[in-house]
Design a binder for this molecule. Structure first.
Ligand SMILES: [Zn+2]
Length: 194
């Protein structure tokens, strides 16, 4: 088997231990411009039922790529050490691409928010990112938070975006039905259907 890692990391970045001793992260060696590709994840795709029995390390380094599908790096490379932040400087482009959400300075750690990819409870943890926007506990349901849907518009994995679109559509249908069923509470329904 090839020893080449399954993920790609831009030559402008490297993996190294974080200063606080909490494992590895990826850090910029050169300035990176907003929109630049920084990493592409790779590996073997597992369905949920098999994935959930993999060792903890495999599960923590993977990325969810579809509703019940998970990409596990084989072999692990530098690009697989992208950590979570509640104030990320990178976001997803498609299922496996990672791009800069803003300009990134030298020596900044490059992180994304796991809410951009996760809809299942496989990697939930207490977050210690220390950002003012830190939400404390990271869960598989965070993609449902309205403030995150707004902040990360355009940076969600396609499977998460489909869920967001479906949720919005169902909410709209429910609201229209509520208005139809309660005309006394909503006296001017006509303008709602424009
Ligand atoms: Zn946090």
């Amino acid at each position: 088997m090839s020893k080449q890692p399954s993920s790609y990391l831009s030559s402008k970045l490297e993996a190294r231990p974080r200063a606080d001793g909490s494992g590895n992260g990826i850090f910029s060696l050169e300035p990176i411009r907003k929109g630049e590709l920084v990493a592409v994840f790779g590996g073997v795709v597992y369905e949920w039922d098999a994935f959930i029995h993999l060792p903890e390390r495999d599960r923590s380094l993977c990325i969810q790529v579809e509703d019940r599908l998970f990409l596990v790096p084989r072999p692990i490379g530098e690009g697989d050490y992208v950590n979570h932040s509640c104030n990320p400087n990178a976001g997803l482009s498609g299922q496996i691409g990672l791009v800069a959400m803003r300009d990134i300075k030298i020596d900044e750690e490059v992180c994304f928010d796991y809410a951009m990819s996760d809809t299942m409870p496989y990697d939930e943890f207490e977050c210690g990112c220390g950002q003012p926007t830190c939400r404390g506990k990271i869960t598989g349901n965070d993609w449902q938070r309205p403030e995150l849907q707004k902040r990360y518009a355009g940076f969600f994995s396609p499977h998460v975006q489909r869920k967001i679109d479906t949720e919005r559509r169902e909410k709209r249908i429910f609201e229209q039905a509520t208005r139809l069923a309660n005309p006394q509470k909503f006296p001017t329904p006509a303008r709602l259907y424009k």
